[in-house]
Write a protein that binds this ligand. Structure first.
Ligand code: NAD
Length: 493
């Protein structure tokens, strides 16, 4: 699909190869052609980046650069993303396999919006004055943490870059960021924009590579925080490695989110919502509504309408503007997803649509799977309870509010959920009862920089986005000033 790109790490304001000289290749999921060569970094590169970030933190970023300066840089970066939307969207589609429609309408704009949102907030990071009795002034100062490490998943590379670096930088921290080795291209491209926009050297460092880089970051004694997005399994390892040299940790992990359709819903909207919930980015979305619960009395009608629309989803090349679903990230991941499908069929689940590779010869070299829906999923089929991270939906029926809540909460995950009903009281009752970090009512996958994102239960802890992310990247210093002119009271002679 065109020329192979070559990227370096971005450390201390310089574009550098890995110190070992080793490289890795990322392939385009649409046809598995080589897309980019980038550094396979290791401990030495991480150490270099952390030292550079520490020096920038100690000398310049948190001290010399005021909030308005930080804000201006973030805003200029956002504008640069907008100016380069066509190139970035195309590269993001080629690197991740998602459709150009998605990357143009969602990924690049969301990333730019997020940098702008934290540019706005940079000047509003405030402490408190605490009303302590006596002639005393008590201040709670809100200060940056220091050097923050970030490790990202591959499914929304540009958005994660913004979600993690924008609040960290706005609050005066410096950052060492590791993109996923499966889709690092746009992150390494944006490093160039960060350089051009004028972030001081060492403020933001991007280190490419595989799990060795993630491990080195999680274990690093000089990091004040690690912000991780990825699977539950890796999250567990990151949290325990981070605990060896205690540092703040936020974990944004996987999900198996329930999408509950009550009989009194707006049927057309609920059908459209369930399409968004499951098939955006070919289901490779942590928030995907991959358990669809339909109330008994509308079960058949809903499914008939739904399946006829699923069957029309055009699976296509990432740069095909008519395609509505692209490719899965790697051939291995496709095999993993197909494994869920095959086991579900063997366990006796009813395959309503999809379940196989599309026939289109144009797609034969990529990692494509048709949108797939199962009903009557028996408890022993893992497709119904584990995160598939592909375009595979399990449909269940329920009867009444109580059963819907019980089924929705019957999972170790707690990332997201949705409720479709025209009854406002019922919607609020169910929303309060569901154990998840997000509950959408009559919508699905509304994500924006203003609203907090994060999990309950095994889906993680800590929050990204919104003003709440500022707390994740700051600490409180208690300053207590006694200006009582009377003699100082003590129990000592
Ligand atoms: P992953 O856990 O395999 O990898 C995530 C990142 O961790 C990568 O950069 C990888 O190189 C790194 N890594 C791997 N092993 C490591 C180790 N031992 N120590 C430190 N770092 C290590 O996840 P993935 O396949 O990239 O992403 C898919 C998963 O991410 C899904 O479970 C999905 O639900 C989850 N996810 C969650 C969110 C969220 O916001 N909650 C968003 C997107 C994806």
């Amino acid at each position: 699909m065109g020329d192979v790109r070559h990227y370096h790490n971005y450390i201390n304001g310089q574009f550098l190869p890995a110190q070992s000289g080793e490289t890795m290749v990322t392939r385009s999921p649409g046809d598995n052609s080589d897309l980019a060569v980038f550094p396979r970094s290791g401990q030495a590169d991480v150490d270099h980046a952390v030292q550079a970030a520490q020096a920038a933190f100690d000398t310049e970023w948190s001290k010399v650069h005021s909030a308005p300066d930080r804000s201006k840089l973030l805003r200029n970066l956002a504008q640069t993303l907008r100016d380069n939307i066509n190139d970035l969207a195309e590269l993001e589609s080629l690197d991740t396999g998602k459709t150009i429609t998605e990357t143009q309408l969602i990924d690049v704009l969301q990333a730019a919006d997020t940098f702008e949102f934290y540019a706005d907030l940079a000047g509003h990071i405030q402490g408190e004055v605490i009303p302590v009795p006596g002639d005393v002034v008590n201040l709670a100062l809100r200060e940056p943490l220091g050097v923050c490490g970030a490790i990202a998943a591959w499914n929304f590379p540009l958005m994660f870059l913004a979600w993690k670096t924008a609040p960290a930088l706005a609050t005066g921290n410096t950052v060492v960021y590791k993109p996923s080795e499966l889709a690092p291209s746009t992150t390494l491209e944006v490093a160039r924009y960060m350089h051009e926009v004028g972030f001081p050297k060492g403020t933001i460092n991007i280190v490419g590579g595989a799990l060795e880089v993630g491990q080195a970051l999680a274990e690093h004694p000089d990091l004040a925080k690690i912000s991780f997005t990825g699977s539950v399994e890796t999250g567990r390892k990151v949290a325990s490695a981070a605990g060896l040299t205690p540092k703040r940790v936020t974990l944004e992990l996987g999900g198996k989110s329930p999408n509950i359709v009550f009989a009194d819903c707006h049927l057309d909207n609920a059908v459209s919502g369930a399409l968004n919930a499951m098939f955006l980015n070919a289901g490779q979305v942590c928030l995907a509504g991959s358990r669809l619960y339909i109330e008994d009395s509308i079960y058949d009608e809903f499914l008939e309408r739904y399946i006829s629309r699923v069957a029309k989803i055009k699976v296509g090349l990432p740069l095909d503007w008519d395609a509505r679903m692209g490719a899965l990230i790697t051939p291995e991941h496709k095999r993993r997803v197909q494994g869920f499908v095959d086991r579900a069929v063997q366990a006796g689940a009813k395959l309503l649509v999809g379940g196989k590779t599309p026939d289109d010869p144009e797609l034969s070299r990529g990692n494509y799977l048709l949108p797939t829906v199962f009903a009557d999923v028996p408890p022993e089929a893992d497709v119904g309870c584990n995160e598939v991270f592909g375009p595979v939906l399990s449909v269940f029926r329920f009867s009444g509010e109580e059963e819907a809540i019980r089924l929705a909460n019957d999972t170790s995950y707690g990332l997201a959920s949705a409720i479709w009903t025209e009854n406002g009281s019922k919607a609020l009752r169910v929303a309060k009862a569901i154990q998840a970090g997000t509950v959408w009512i009559n919508t699905y996958l509304r994500v924006n920089p203003y609203s907090p994102h994060g999990g309950y239960k095994r889906s993680g802890f800590g929050r990204e986005l919104s003003h709440l992310a500022l707390e994740e990247f700051t600490q409180i210093k208690n300053v207590y000033i006694d200006h009582d002119p009377a003699e100082f009271l003590t129990i000592f002679e």
